[in-house]
Design a protein around this ligand. Structure first.
Ligand SMILES: [Zn+2]
Length: 112
């Protein structure tokens, strides 16, 4: 089921794990935006690029904007990704393959 309040897919026949309620649950529609994952800004930008290249309908939000990143650096910002229900499987596999790839250099050494 889909909680239209939290934009979250939920396990069948149980309340939404986020808001704890059932009154906004309904069957998901193809164009419902569903919460996919939360990533920091660096991977979030990469993921957004991959989604654009693969025609995934998505949106993302940054819960904290502006001053956090300017003080502590962009890595503290989290992007929350939402994708259309019809693109959810594709988005998941794209995200999996992106995060499965090793960020370390090809020769296996981490550069200083
Ligand atoms: Zn909910």
């Amino acid at each position: 089921m889909y909680c239209s309040r939290c934009m979250l897919l939920t396990p069948d026949s149980s309340p939404c794990p986020q808001c704890g309620k059932s009154d906004k649950l309904r069957a998901p529609q193809d164009d419902d935006m569903c919460f996919l994952l939360e990533e920091d800004a660096m991977f979030g930008d990469m993921l957004a690029d991959v989604f654009r290249q693969n025609d995934v309908s998505f949106a993302y939000k940054q819960p904290r904007e502006g001053w956090m990143s300017s003080i502590f650096g962009a890595s503290f910002d989290k992007h929350r990704f939402y994708v259309a229900y019809s693109d959810l499987d594709k988005a998941r596999s794209l995200a999996d393959s992106l995060f499965a790839s090793d960020p370390v250099d090809e020769d296996g050494e981490i550069r200083p």
